[in-house]
Design a protein around this ligand. Structure first.
Ligand code: GLN
Length: 540
């Protein structure tokens, strides 16, 4: 096996952007013609993040095969062409579940089951498995958490041994660390980096490359200092400064720092330099777009940076495709309830309602959907956003003021959204929603088919409730087109208003399949429609 392995660890603090760094390195290596795959190890005990609140974890990213994963996997898919499966994501919860199942089956009969070697072996198996399945030239494995965390230790031990196993020149340790700027001193400080590297060395890992996250340029003397005290060659101390415009700057920034070159040198990979011209074009459109438009996203986790990550990214991709800068106004659904749609939505030219669970903020979202429908403002509803569109229409256009989703009002006389049949007897919460990619048949003359330029779409799902088919006829007669259904024709997947410039809502999550250089067609169409709305209404 010729696969090379890169391990990305993080020091000093969390939220350093390890995932972005790993994904950006993936971009650079792919642009050198290498086949790359990425995987994420998360040290927490949940089996997957599917049961965690966005406050804990940000967005739950869903893969084709229905795995509910960490949002870093979203970066991996957006930045590279790798196709990820549930095997690209591993948590301590999964590791222990496997080990304990084996113990019960008697696989370890006679032995004491221990963190070393049984847990570490399970972790290593996963790295080999990914290498074999993907047939990648390079496997990049990101270890979640921060060096020094107790729960991360088995993972670090596992990769330390793994590197020994595959031998010198086949595994590389890249440590992402923070070099903070201390205002009072007016300078960048290297001590936290020194200490986090010391922590790694204590465990037996000596990083080959240090990626230093910093707000200001890393001066020569500081690089020298880090190099000497961390025993890393001077050129292997790499600056990754905060980006000015967009995360899509990161690969170019790391290329300027020669990160991919150093990686190839160390891993003895013979590959031509990365051609990043397509990426430069993406960036040009982000930094200096021809047009601009302001789009509102109405949610209940608006203050959190990561709760709607893929949605924000997909909007920016829709912007790139239209050479249009998308300014996102994050609107708190509860504020809408307090201050009214008219006031809060003034100035936005398109409205997006993303997925969600629980009844907080629902009424605000209904107000927003009504505002978009009545004012002919472009609307894109995703998952819960589709259910909201249905509730709003039933209440205000079909004369059913008490219409609701059974999720929020089980006793409603007009349940336009109901629990799916397949969910009726589901008791366990983890991994039991309707998950992953499913085919969706599109109606020939629909807006959706026009946007997709196809009659079948494959989209990812994560929901328990569905549009109540009993209301199909009423909706269609009053102006909605049921423009997409599941392959068996039973589930409503897409609805759109006929007499509206762009009012489209889907039960699935298109945001998980959008890329900077290949915007999802629904997002591309939505941004174009919002831009048209802005022009028509002369809203700058
Ligand atoms: N809560 C809704 C359901 O379960 C919507 C889910 C979502 O938006 N992801 O059907």
């Amino acid at each position: 096996m010729n696969t090379k392995f890169i391990f990305v660890t993080g020091g000093v603090i969390s939220s350093l952007g390890k995932g972005l760094t790993a994904a950006s390195l993936g971009t650079l290596l792919e642009s050198r013609g290498l086949k790359v795959t990425l995987q994420k190890f998360d040290p927490y005990l949940n089996v997957d993040p599917g049961t965690m609140s966005p406050f804990q974890h940000g967005e739950v990213y869903v893969l084709d095969d229905g795995a509910e994963t960490d949002l870093d996997l979203g970066h991996y898919e957006r930045f590279t062409h790798t196709k990820l499966t549930r095997f690209n994501s591993l948590t301590s919860g999964q590791v222990y579940q496997t080990v304990l199942d084996k113990e019960r089956r008697g696989v370890y009969l006679g032995k004491t089951v221990q963190v070393i070697p049984h847990v570490t072996e399970e972790i290593q198996n996963r790295i080999y498995q990914i290498a074999e399945q993907s047939k990648a030239d390079v496997v990049i494995t990101e270890i979640g958490g921060t060096t020094g965390d107790i729960e991360g230790l088995p993972f670090l031990e596992a990769i330390r041994e793994f590197a020994l196993d595959v031998g010198v020149g086949n595994a590389l340790f890249l440590h992402v660390t923070l070099v903070p700027f201390i205002k009072a001193a007016g300078e960048l400080k290297t001590k936290p980096t020194q200490q986090s590297v010391a922590k790694l060395r204590e465990i037996g890992i000596s990083p080959h490359l240090l990626v230093c996250r910093c707000e200001r340029p890393l001066a020569k003397e500081l690089r020298q200092k880090i190099s000497v005290f961390c025993s890393v060659p001077y050129e292997a101390v790499i600056e990754e400064r905060d980006v000015e415009h967009s995360i899509y700057e990161v690969p170019l920034m790391l290329q300027r720092e020669r990160l991919d070159e150093l990686v190839c040198q160390y891993l003895r990979i013979d590959a031509p330099p990365a051609n990043m011209s397509h990426w430069q074009d993406i960036l040009r459109r982000i930094i200096a777009p021809q047009h601009r438009v302001r789009i509102g996203v109405v949610g209940k986790y608006i203050g959190l940076q990561d709760a709607y990550k893929s949605v924000y990214e997909a909007l920016s991709h829709g912007g790139i495709a239209n050479d249009c800068g998308v300014e996102i106004e994050r609107i708190d659904a509860e504020e809408l309830e307090k201050n009214g749609a008219e006031r809060v939505l003034k100035g936005v030219c398109g409205l997006l309602i993303p997925g969600g669970f629980g009844d907080r903020g629902i009424e605000g979202k209904v107000l927003a959907a009504r505002h978009a429908r009545e004012n002919r403002m472009p609307y894109l509803g995703l998952c819960l956003g589709m259910q909201i569109a249905a509730i709003e229409f039933a209440r205000n256009a079909l004369g059913m003021p008490e219409a609701h989703s059974m999720e929020f009002d089980p006793a409603t006389p007009h349940p336009v959204i109901v629990l799916m049949d397949a969910q009726q007897n589901v008791v366990n919460k983890g991994g039991t929603m309707r998950l992953g990619a499913q085919a969706c048949q599109l109606v020939l003359e629909s807006r959706a088919a026009k946007l997709y330029q196809a009659f079948v779409a494959r989209e990812r799902h994560r929901h328990r409730f569905e549009f109540n088919s009993g209301y199909r006829d009423q909706f269609e007669q009053a102006g909605f087109m049921i423009s997409g259904s599941s392959a068996d024709g039973k589930l409503v997947e897409l609805i759109e208003l006929r007499d509206h410039p762009f009012y489209l809502a889907c039960q699935f999550h298109p945001e998980f399949q959008s890329k900077p250089d290949a915007a999802h067609p629904l997002f591309k169409g939505f941004v174009a429609a919002s831009l048209a709305y802005a022009r028509e209404r002369r809203v700058a």
